[in-house]
Design a protein around this ligand. Structure first.
Ligand code: NAD
Ligand code: ZN
Ligand code: ZN
Length: 337
């Protein structure tokens, strides 16, 4: 089978022939159909973050495929079931985070395509309890972006307090942002989209953004304040400057939801303004299996539109360049069929 492999943080990925893995008793073997290229895969391949993966490893955590075989301990899935392999590869299942619906905060977790091999491959093994069933009727090319970009922004919008009458600013209309915008609208909010390319701003308008701001030519905070300020701003752009712009766009009592993770990401928080304006700053990490099931249900009901471009796995290095150059509309998805 073919797999994309990170062998070094400073070299391009290699596409290699590897033996098909054998599932352990708690695992399933999945024949991959599609796998989305999240910006996190690029951070992983470059070793951008303080906690680094250990090469060689296979990135990818927006994996959709069909179960080919199950380990002895897996009783709830069988060959032929379509499943999603998300970022949360495994958690302990018994700590206070796991039992209170915050399995994404478990200290014992493993992460697909980071601490364990992920989905940019023709066959993957994954923990049977942590893969998420994909409902009938969802195109695997749509299901892939929903598995990280979808669930992450659905959770971020939940944490933002978006509601009818609220104004939500979405900073970065990429893989994550084009879905964040749609969830903010589903929650009833007035939306402001911010990006730095004409194509992404046009896409934001097509997806129903009430206002768009071009961060190249406009002062984001100033423009947002002219509209009355944002009740919530969701930071999805891989740029430190965009964090302070999002912060500055808030109205009193507003919430900044941090999601993007640039290398050495920092935000200098003015304490006086934060206190006097009653600002909340919250970090948001992916979403749970339950959140992903809700994301799939909403899509099945026709409430979301996944914008994506497909590529072959052999083109993973040029695909990464396309994402970095801001040339991809929505999400780039590898078709592995
Ligand atoms: P992407 O490259 O698809 O999208 C980023 C978007 O930001 C692009 O449209 C780009 O044009 C835009 N942008 C760049 N500079 C900007 C600026 N100054 N202002 C506004 N927009 C700007 O990336 P993605 O896959 O959507 O991921 C975004 C980030 O979120 C990455 O850092 C990724 O690692 C992170 N992420 C975090 C989580 C989490 O759980 N917290 C989950 C998934 C991804
Ligand atoms: Zn991701
Ligand atoms: Zn746990």
């Amino acid at each position: 089978m073919k797999a994309a492999v990170v062998r070094s943080f400073t070299e391009p990925l290699t596409v290699e022939e590897r033996p098909v893995p054998t599932p352990a008793p708690h695992q399933v073997l999945v024949r991959m159909e599609t796998s989305g290229l999240c910006h996190t895969d690029i951070h992983a391949a470059r070793g951008d973050w303080p906690v680094k993966p250990a090469p060689p490893f296979v990135p990818g955590h927006e994996g959709i495929g069909v179960v080919e075989a199950v380990g002895d301990q897996v009783n709830h899935l069988s060959a032929g079931d379509r499943v999603a392999i998300p970022w949360l590869g495994e958690a302990c299942g018994h700590c206070d985070h796991c039992v209170s619906g915050w399995e994404t905060l478990c200290l014992e977790q493993s992460n697909s395509g980071y601490s364990v091999d992920g989905s940019h491959t023709e066959y993957a093994v994954a923990h049977g309890t942590y893969v998420v069933p994909v409902p009938e009727g969802i195109d695997p090319l749509d299901a892939a972006p929903l598995t990280c970009a979808g669930v992450t922004t659905y959770k971020a919008v939940k944490l933002s307090g978006a509601r009818p009458g609220a104004r939500v600013l979405v900073s970065g209309i990429g893989g994550l942002g084009h879905l964040a915008l749609q969830y903010a609208r589903i929650f009833g909010a007035e939306t402001i989209a911010v990006d730095v390319t004409d194509e992404k701003l046009t896409l934001a308008r097509e997806l129903g953004a009430d206002h768009v701001i071009d961060a190249r030519t406009q002062d984001v905070a100033e423009e947002a304040q002219k509209l009355g300020g944002a009740d919530a701003a969701i930071s999805l752009a891989v740029s430190n400057e965009s964090f302070s712009a999002a912060y500055g766009s808030l109205r009193r009592g507003g919430t900044l939801v941090l999601v993007a993770l640039p290398a050495e990401g920092t935000l200098a928080l003015p304490v006086f303004d934060t206190v006097l304006n009653g600002i909340t700053v919250v970090g948001s990490i992916v979403g749970t299996r339950e959140d992903l099931a809700e994301v799939f249900r909403l899509h099945r009901l026709g409430r979301t539109r996944v914008v994506r471009e497909t590529r072959r796995l052999d083109d993973i290095n040029s695909s990464i360049d396309e994402v970095l150059e801001g040339k991809v509309s929505g999400r780039l998805v590898f078709d592995l069929r």
